[in-house]
Ligand binder design. Structure first.
Ligand SMILES: Nc1nc2c(ncn2[C@@H]2O[C@H](COP(=O)(O)OP(=O)(O)OP(=O)(O)O)[C@@H](O)[C@H]2O)c(=O)[nH]1
Ligand SMILES: [Mg+2]
Length: 564
C-alpha cells in the first residue's frame, strides 16, 4: 500500500541531495513531486495544498543543524533528512492525535454502532473489534445482527460470533431499531459488558436507511458510532464520512482494506476534512488484522522509515515479556537448541506474515529488494525439519551427522542439504549470539526482546550500514530461496557483518564485548574491503579444504612416526 506517496517523498528527498541548505528555489521541485504523488493517491486537494504550504514555511530559512555530537559520536544530517523530518511531523499533525480508545459507558452496557456503505467491511470489522475489545479491555462482547436486508448477513455474523465464542443476538421479524434495543438486556443476561451493532450497508447514502440509523442511535444512545470506510474508494470515502458525520455525529472512522492496493489518500484526508479521528485500520480479512491507528506509525510508513512502534506493540502483545527475557538470556549464552529455535519461529508466525513483519522494519524502508520472496512457507519448512528430529537431536544439534540428516530429510520430505543448510545457519547464529551474550548488561539492548524500545533510539540511523541490506538484498536468500540471517549465512559470519554490528552498537551506546573486539582486531585491515576474509569459516567448501589439509597433516605425521 501507499507506494505512490512513498515514491513521491523518496524522489523529493533525492532532489535535495547535494544542497547545503533548503531554499525557495531548490524546494520547489521537491514540493512538486510530493504534490503530484499526494494527488495521485487521491488525497483531497485542499489537504494537499495546506500540507505543502506548512512544509514549505517550516523548511525554508530554518537553521539546519547538519552535525551533532551524541555520546562522542558525530552524526550528520542532510537537508534532505531535515526536509523529511518536517514532512513527517506535518503528516503526524495532519492525521493525529492518537485516539484509539473505545468510549466505555460509565455504568452499564457500552454500546458500539457500526455504520458504512455496502461491502465496506462493517461485519468483518465488528468481529475484529469484538476480539480487540476482549483482549485489550478484558470485557465480554455481544454482537447484534441488525442487517435484515441482505439474506446471508445474519448467518455471516453468527459464524463470526461462533469463531470468537461470543453471543450473537437476532430475532427474525424485528426491525433494526427493535433488534438493537432488545439486544441490551440480552447482552446483560449473557454477562456481556459491550454490545456491537452490525447495521445494514447501503450502496450510496440513502435517506430511508439513514433515518433507520438515526432511529437506532436515538433508541440506544451508543457511546461509540464508528464509520467503516473502504480505503480503496479514496476521496469518495471522505465524502461519505462527511455525510455520515453530519447525520450521526460519528465518534471515529475505521479504514479497511489498507492491505490491498489502496492508495492511502483517505487516510490522509479524513481527519482533516471531517475532524473525526481514524481509530483503527483494517489490514486483512482475518479477525486479527485490525490495528490501532497511530499517525506516527503511518507517517513513518508513508515516508518509508518503517513502523517500528507497530512492530514493538506486536512484540509486546504476543511475547510474554518475562519469557522473552529468559529466551534472550538463553540465546545469548549460546545455550540455545532447536527446541528453542522452534519456539521462536512459532512466535514469529503468530506475528503475521514474514513479509508484513519485514516491511515494518526500518531496514526495508524503501521496500523489499526486488526478487526477494519472503516465503511464509519457509517457516513451515523449518518447522517441519525440526519436527522430524528426535528430542535428543533438537537438544544437541551437533549430533546430526550425515546419516541422521538423511533420515530427518526423509521424515519431512525435504532434501538432505536443506537439513544441513538449516543446521549451518543455526550454528552460525548460535555462535554469534554466544559471542555477544558473554557481556553482562548487553542483553536488554538487543532488539526483539524486552527492551525492544531501544530500537527507537536507533531511528534515524543508517540501518543499511548495520544490515548491509541496501542493494545487497539478494544475499538474504540462498540459491534455494532460503531466508538467511543478516550477516550469518551458510558461508559463516562475515567480517563486514561484524563490523556493521559493531558500528551499530557503538552508535547506540552499547559496550563492545571483548570477544567481539577480538574478532574486530583480528580482522583489522579487512574492514569494508571487498572479499574480506570471513572470520568463522563454516562453508562446506572451506570445511572440505580444511579437512583435506588436516588429513594430509595427519598422514604426514603417521608417515613420520612410522619412519621413526
Ligand atoms: N483485504 C481486506 N478485506 C477486507 C477487510 N475488511 C473486510 N474485508 C473484506 O471485504 C468484504 C466485505 O466485508 P463485510 O464485512 O461483509 O462488509 P459489510 O460492510 O458488512 O458488507 P454489507 O453487510 O454487505 O454492507 C469481505 O470479503 C471481507 O473479507 C480488510 O481490512 N482487508
Ligand atoms: Mg455486513
Amino acid at each position: 500500500m501507499l507506494e505512490t506517496i512513498q515514491k513521491g517523498f523518496r524522489t523529493a528527498k533525492n532532489r535535495l541531495k547535494g544542497y547545503r541548505e533548503i531554499s525557495e528555489s531548490n524546494i520547489e521541485d521537491a514540493l512538486r513531486d510530493i504534490r503530484v504523488s499526494l494527488l495521485e493517491a487521491d488525497v483531497e486537494f485542499h489537504v494537499v495544498k495546506n500540507f505543502l504550504t506548512r512544509v514549505k514555511q517550516k523548511a525554508i530559512g530554518e537553521l539546519i543543524l547538519t552535525r551533532v555530537e551524541k555520546d562522542g559520536e558525530r552524526m550528520e544530517a542532510t537537508p534532505g533528512d531535515h526536509f523529511i523530518k518536517i514532512c513527517h511531523d506535518e503528516l503526524v499533525e495532519l492525521m493525529g492525535p492518537v485516539d484509539t480508545e473505545i468510549h466505555l459507558a460509565t455504568s452499564g452496557m457500552t454500546k458500539i454502532m457500526m455504520v458504512g456503505l455496502q461491502g465496506s467491511g462493517k461485519t468483518t470489522t465488528t468481529g475484529k473489534l469484538a476480539s480487540h475489545i476482549q483482549r485489550k479491555y478484558n470485557k465480554k462482547c455481544c454482537l447484534v445482527a441488525a442487517d435484515i436486508y441482505r439474506p446471508a448477513a445474519v448467518d455471516q455474523l453468527k459464524v463470526l460470533g461462533q469463531r470468537l465464542g461470543v453471543p450473537v443476538y437476532h430475532r427474525p421479524g424485528a426491525t433494526p431499531p427493535e433488534l438493537c434495543s432488545e439486544a441490551i438486556p440480552f447482552a446483560r443476561q449473557n454477562n456481556c459488558e459491550v454490545v456491537l451493532f452490525d447495521t445494514a450497508g447501503r450502496l450510496a447514502i440513502d435517506d430511508a436507511l439513514m433515518r433507520e440509523l438515526e432511529s437506532i442511535q436515538a433508541r440506544t444512545r451508543p457511546e461509540n458510532v464508528f464509520l467503516v470506510c473502504d480505503a480503496m474508494i479514496g476521496q469518495d470515502a471522505v465524502k461519505t464520512a462527511s455525510e455520515f458525520d453530519r447525520r450521526l455525529d460519528l465518534t471515529g472512522v475505521v479504514l479497511t482494506k489498507l492491505d490491498g492496493d489502496a492508495r492511502g489518500g483517505a487516510a490522509l484526508s479524513i481527519k482533516d476534512v471531517t475532524g473525526k479521528p481514524i481509530k483503527f485500520l483494517g489490514m486483512g480479512e482475518s479477525l486479527d488484522k485490525l490495528e490501532e491507528f497511530r499517525p506516527e506509525g503511518l507517517a513513518s510508513r508513508i515516508l518509508g522509515f518503517g513502523d517500528i512502534v507497530g512492530l514493538m506493540k506486536d512484540f509486546e502483545e504476543i511475547v510474554d515479556e518475562k519469557k522473552a527475557e529468559e529466551d534472550a538470556k538463553r540465546i545469548l549464552s549460546g545455550n540455545f537448541n532447536m527446541t528453542h529455535f522452534l519456539e521462536q519461529i512459532r512466535t514469529i508466525k503468530k506475528m503475521g506474515s514474514l513479509k508484513d513483519l519485514f516491511e515494518r522494519m526500518p531496514f526495508f524502508g524503501e521496500g523489499l529488494p526486488e526478487g526477494i520472496n519472503l516465503d511464509d512457507k519457509e517457516l513451515v519448512r523449518v518447522e517441519a525439519i525440526i519436527g522430524s528430529m528426535t528430542k535428543q537431536e533438537r537438544l544437541r544439534p551437533e549430533l546430526i551427522d550425515d546419516s541422521r540428516a538423511t533420515r530427518i530429510a526423509k521424515g519431512c520430505g525435504r532434501k538432505k542439504h536443506d537439513v544441513q543448510g538449516l543446521l549451518e545457519r543455526f550454528k552460525g547464529m548460535r555462535s554469534m549470539m554466544g559471542h555477544i551474550g558473554r557481556t553482562p548488561g548487553l542483553l536488554g539492548k538487543l532488539p526483539g526482546f524486552k527492551q525492544i524500545s531501544q530500537l527507537k533510539q536507533l531511528q534515524g540511523l543508517d540501518f543499511s550500514e548495520f544490515t548491509g541490506q541496501q542493494n545487497r538484498g539478494a544475499e538474504m536468500v540462498d540459491d534455494d530461496g532460503n531466508l538467511l540471517m543478516p550477516g550469518v549465512g551458510p558461508g559463516g559470519i562475515s567480517t563486514r557483518a561484524i563490523h556493521r554490528q559493531a558500528t551499530m552498537m557503538k552508535r547506540a551506546g552499547m559496550p563492545i564485548p571483548p570477544e567481539m573486539q577480538e574478532l574486530l582486531d583480528s580482522s583489522a585491515g579487512g574492514k569494508g574491503k571487498q572479499g574480506a576474509k570471513p572470520l568463522l569459516i563454516v562453508s562446506d567448501d572451506k570445511k572440505k579444504e580444511r579437512r583435506k589439509k588436516e588429513k594430509a597433516a595427519r598422514q604426514a605425521r603417521k608417515k613420520n612416526s612410522k619412519k621413526k
